[in-house]
Design a protein around this ligand. Structure first.
Ligand code: FAD
Length: 287
């Protein structure tokens, strides 16, 4: 078991890790050297660089810096989180536990531009299988996504629902979906319904009836995890207090996923505050 798990190898996650690892807390950091920073070559508003620096260079140096001070970096993504007094973070292959967790997965990606998606949110469309699966007992449900996160959500639904169909929306499946899940790779045109969701329509005009649609595209982000843990959110941001702690004890969030200024300097500041707050709480608990 680690002392703290951090989700995100961006400026917020790495900054938190620098503080926790240097305070001798066993620190595990998950993520990939991607995120927003990887999309920019020319940063000239971050402190300490006389010449513009690329996002990739910052990411690379940040990861090396965290490793040097003792943080353990894992090139993998979380697909699920459970809380039973401490946090259990699952990747596609393993589960890791820690009493403290920092969500620092960057800003939430947007949902697909699928007609009907917004209209049926809360009336058939859900973003959280563990929260809403219960409402679909013995019903037909679909999961929108093609990767490990979609597989994780579908596994939550399988024991409850009558049938689970994976909708990859034109993508090749990226995870090993078991035979008891139907996989439908046709492209989607729209969601159908009348006040509540009745199903989906494919671009070839045919329809699939479904009582629920769980959106699990790409990689799970901080807001997805926050929803599963019953954490307060504000639109597409995780709500935190001045210590970057959420309303769940031991759970912190930092950087773009908490909204506000979407800049490296703010992400680094958030990470530093979350990291130092965890060190303080950890030491108080150990007394
Ligand atoms: C094109 C572009 C240009 C920009 N230019 C500037 C600029 O010039 N100056 C500036 O200050 N800011 C700039 N920004 C904003 C800046 O990149 C972000 O504010 C900053 O990177 C946010 O840091 P973060 O750590 O919160 O998130 P990110 O940097 O997005 O890092 C998120 C991390 O979370 C990981 N992750 C995601 N999901 C999971 C999961 N399920 N499990 C584990 N890990 C996960 C990712 O792999 C990644 O490592 C720019 C952004 C973009 C898109």
């Amino acid at each position: 078991m680690a002392d703290v798990i951090i989700l995100g190898l961006g400026p917020a996650g790495i900054s938190a890790a620098l503080y926790t690892a240097r305070a001798a807390l066993d620190t595990l950091v998950f993520g990939r050297e991607g995120g927003s920073l990887a999309k920019t070559d020319h940063i000239e508003n971050y402190y300490g660089f006389a010449e513009p620096v690329s996002g990739r260079e910052l990411l690379h140096n940040g990861a090396a810096q965290a490793r040097r001070v003792g943080a353990k970096l894992v090139e993998d993504e979380a697909v699920g989180i459970a809380y039973d007094g401490e946090f259990a973070v699952s990747t596609a292959s393993e589960t890791y536990r820690a009493p403290y967790l920092v969500l620092a997965t960057g800003s939430q990606r947007r949902a697909p531009n699928l007609p009907g998606l917004a209209e049926f949110e809360g009336r058939g469309v859900s973003y959280c299988a563990v929260c809403d699966g219960f409402f679909y007992r013995k019903k037909n449900v679909a999961v929108l996504g093609a990767g490990d996160y979609a597989l994780h959500e579908a596994k939550e639904l399988l024991p409850l629902a009558a049938k689970v169909t994976i909708l990859t929306d034109g993508k090749e499946p990226e995870a090993d979906f078991p035979p008891e899940m139907a996989v439908e790779t046709r492209k989607l045109a729209a969601l159908t319904g009348d006040g509540s969701l009745h199903g989906v329509r494919f671009t070839d005009g045919t329809e699939l009836a479904s009582d629920g649609l769980f959106v699990a595209l790409g990689v799970a982000g901080s807001v997805d995890f926050a929803r599963k843990l019953g954490v307060e959110t504000n639109g597409s941001s995780v709500s935190v207090d001045e210590n970057r702690q959420t309303n769940v004890p031991g759970l912190y969030a930092a950087g773009d996923c908490t909204g506000g200024l979407l800049q490296i300097s703010k992400a680094v500041c958030d990470g530093a505050i979350a990291g130092t707050s965890i060190v303080k709480a950890f030491r108080q608990k150990a007394k």
